[in-house]
Ligand binder design. Structure first.
Ligand code: PDD
Length: 285
């Protein structure tokens, strides 16, 4: 079955979908995106992703491509047309098409909007969640506005390749002695019964999964400490894990080749994953 994608108002077979060579997303990485997961044909935390999209647009003074209701309709239409049971919907918005110039084009320039799906059968039963993953630490060499979800993903891509070359699954990025986040996820450690994760700021993406997991952890009477932590602290932690829309909650069992805790998925990460998936499925739309 050919995948159907959405480009600027049209649903098209992916082979027929086209973007201008003068699109600012291509020329300047002048674009933002969102990734929303789909479980059982329904969207997980669409509201959170729609809100962060609006925030990214506002931070970059970019025009909104469509109202929230219209975006929801397009997401659902693509899920239906591509028969997605479990998977992901990507929404990409750029500042549109203009002759190459660093200055932004006129504000009335229509934004480019693209949505596409990825089918991921069994997304919530990934082997990584059962076994835990290994990470390495690398320098954080990204730009300074990581709170905006831009399509500028070259350094995270390089980080994944560094991890691969080291025989690990992913990388945690370190800046001025503390962990910012994973290449495409937020990073956590657990010491005793306290969950520690970096506080929000411009240094990290404000994960939608992070917000939900911290809320659910607090509702389950767990202690959460939002502050930066070091690699040394992570090495001495009882557990570690990551969160993202595409992985939910995944335990981290080794860091730079050293075991974390007992080197197996810990009880808190395992419990949070279950709570998150149960609650998200209930609230999915
Ligand atoms: N990544 N930090 C970074 C740098 C990310 O790229 C992501 C998301 C997150 C987690 O955010 P959320 O919980 O809203 O997914 C944190 C998406 C899934 C991606 O891989 O493109």
């Amino acid at each position: 079955m050919t995948r159907t994608v959405y480009v600027n108002g049209d649903y098209l077979p992916e082979e027929e979908a086209k973007i201008s060579v003068f699109d600012r997303g291509f020329l300047f990485a002048d674009g933002i995106y969102e990734v929303t997961s789909v479980l059982g044909g329904k969207l997980i935390d669409f509201e959170g992703h729609a809100k962060r999209l609006a925030r990214s647009l506002a931070e970059l003074e970019m025009a909104s491509p469509a109202p929230r209701g219209e975006l929801l309709k397009i997401h659902r239409e693509l899920i239906a047309r591509n028969r997605i049971e479990d998977g992901l919907v990507y929404l990409q918005v750029t500042r549109g098409v203009a002759d190459r110039d660093f200055a932004y084009p006129a504000p009335e320039t229509p934004p480019t909007i693209v949505l596409f799906t990825q089918a991921k059968p069994g997304l919530a039963d990934s082997p990584a969640a059962a076994s835990g993953i290994s990470v390495i630490s690398i320098r954080d060499q990204r730009w300074g506005r990581r709170d905006i979800k831009t399509v500028q993903l070259l350094y995270p891509s390089m980080g994944k390749m560094m991890a691969k070359a080291a025989g690990a699954d992913d990388a945690w990025m370190v800046e001025e002695g503390t962990v910012t986040e994973g290449t495409s996820n937020n990073a956590y450690i657990v010491k005793g019964s306290t969950i520690i994760t970096r506080n929000l700021g411009t240094e990290i993406l404000h994960g939608i999964t992070r917000a939900a997991v911290l809320r659910l952890a607090k509702e389950a009477q767990m202690t959460v400490d939002e502050r930066p932590f070091t690699i040394a602290e992570a090495m001495a932690a009882d557990e570690a894990f990551i969160t993202s829309a595409s992985s939910f909650v995944v335990p981290v069992v080794s860091l730079d080749g050293q075991r974390i805790g007992r080197g197996i998925p810990g009880p808190i990460a395992t419990r949070l994953r279950k709570i998150y998936l149960d609650e998200s499925r209930k609230a999915a739309i």
